[in-house]
Design a protein around this ligand. Structure first.
Ligand code: MN
Length: 203
């Protein structure tokens, strides 16, 4: 079965003014779709054709650039859409709030460190909040479409939140102002989904 573009849980304009409608539409229907098309082409007729996306990512042959870049692109974007939501729904609580406090002292300090990871990722890539099996959380970042689940990338934990810092994710609305885009992320992050991902990653 070739991979297909997942539907969003919200309309393209639902994240405005933080992420604009045109950016969302191009990001989803052009950028994400291109990763899927290229991934399908890259795995067609190979043993990878019968693997799940998670299996492909976790067992990635890091020398296979077509699968690494496009498989990563498909995984990362599918994940990103899942953790976004229109404003003011869900807030950080429970065991994840405790884990963030344990690692960073406070939610505010965590947000600063996450923003720093997003800002210091030179060029294109992602900032991640990952959970380790023992429950502790860790911020890391990756280049291009790499992902912490891939061998030797990031902190080696399981992503539970992530931010796309490729210019295609923000340029129409924010131009070169990546910091403003990063700051806006907290308005559209669905903490309820992040908490679910934390539970799944640590059980
Ligand atoms: Mn992107």
């Amino acid at each position: 079965m070739p991979f297909t573009l997942p539907a969003l849980n919200f309309a393209y304009d639902a994240l405005e003014p933080h992420i604009d409608s045109r950016t969302m539409e191009i990001h989803h229907t052009k950028h994400h779709q291109a990763y899927i098309t290229n991934l399908n082409n890259a795995i067609s007729g190979t043993a990878l054709e019968n693997q799940t996306l998670d299996e492909i990512i976790k067992n990635m042959d890091m020398t296979n650039n077509a699968v690494r870049n496009n498989g990563g692109g498909h995984w990362n974007h599918s994940f990103f859409w899942e953790i976004l939501q229109p404003e003011n729904k869900g807030r950080l609580s429970g065991p994840l709030a405790d884990a963030i406090d344990a690692a960073y002292g406070s939610k505010e300090t965590f947000m600063e460190k996450f923003a720093a990871a997003a800002m210091t990722r030179f060029g294109s890539g992602w900032a991640w909040l990952c959970a380790h099996k023992d429950g502790h959380v860790e911020i890391c970042s990756s280049a291009n479409q790499d992902n912490p689940l891939m061998p030797g990338i990031g902190c080696g934990g399981t992503p539970i939140a992530g931010l796309d810092v490729w210019e295609h994710a923000y340029y129409l609305n924010y131009q070169n102002r990546r910091a403003d885009y990063v700051a806006s992320f907290w308005n559209v992050l669905n903490w309820n989904v992040v908490e679910e991902k934390y539970k799944a990653a640590t059980k």
